[in-house]
Design a protein around this ligand. Structure first.
Ligand code: GSH
Length: 207
């Protein structure tokens, strides 16, 4: 049985939980991370020296980095619909996954920590405003892409890119801040809402 170490309130853990739903893969969730067992526990650090969730255990294999775990599981289950084998199609999916992990994540961090997590370390109004502006800029870029495909992030069909970006789009909608009108993004959220995995895991850990 696959074991996922993490917690359902973590956006990165929810990528793996949602994917397990798409793949109909039985798994155990062992709760680690803030609010649960500390990721600084030596037993956890031995699995992931970064002290971050999620971690996946599949027999002797131990993996960390949520997007890598998603690629591994899609490959393990031979789901070329989610992660194509053909190099160009695969690169298009991976490009958007990497964009989520770098450009998009870096943009939202400060305003999300301030407005949602109410973090005492994130109270500088200038940085809150800058983060909100950058997040909305990245979302406008996503709007253009979705308007082009008319469906999903990497093209006409659902892929791993939609799992990692779909969760981020939900986070954007749920964060109290200004939201420009982005019709293609709104339609995309509606499309994701047809999937049971998104309905179960799409929210910020809130059923
Ligand atoms: N790049 C990592 C980031 C993982 C990450 O930031 N995890 C957060 C939760 S979303 C975490 O473990 N925070 C520490 C904690 O909850 O104790 C990934 O994608 O897996």
């Amino acid at each position: 049985m696959l074991k996922i170490l993490g917690k359902a309130t973590s956006i990165n853990v929810r990528k793996v939980l949602w994917l397990c739903d798409e793949l109909e893969l039985p798994h155990d969730l062992e709760e680690w991370g803030s609010g649960h067992r500390s990721t600084h526990d030596p037993a956890f650090l031995a699995l992931n020296p970064n002290a971050l969730v999620p971690v996946l255990r599949d027999g002797d294999l131990v993996l960390w980095e949520s997007n890598t775990i998603c690629r591994y599981l899609a490959g393990r289950e031979q789901r070329a619909d989610l992660l194509p084998a053909e190099p160009a199609a695969r690169a298009r999916v991976e490009q958007w996954m990497d964009w989520q992990a770098t450009e998009l994540n870096n943009a939202w961090r400060y305003v999300f920590m301030a407005r949602v997590r109410q973090s005492a370390a994130h109270t500088d109004p200038m940085q809150i405003e800058a983060s909100e502006r950058e997040w909305n800029q990245r979302m406008r870029l996503l709007e253009e892409q979705l308007a082009k495909t008319g469906a999903y992030v990497a093209g006409a069909t659902f892929s791993l890119a939609d799992i990692v970006i779909g969760l981020s789009v939900n986070r954007w909608r749920m964060t109290p801040m200004s939201h420009p009108d982005l019709p293609a993004v709104n339609a995309y959220l509606g499309r994701l809402g047809d999937r049971p995995g998104y309905r179960r895991h799409g929210g910020n850990g809130v059923p």
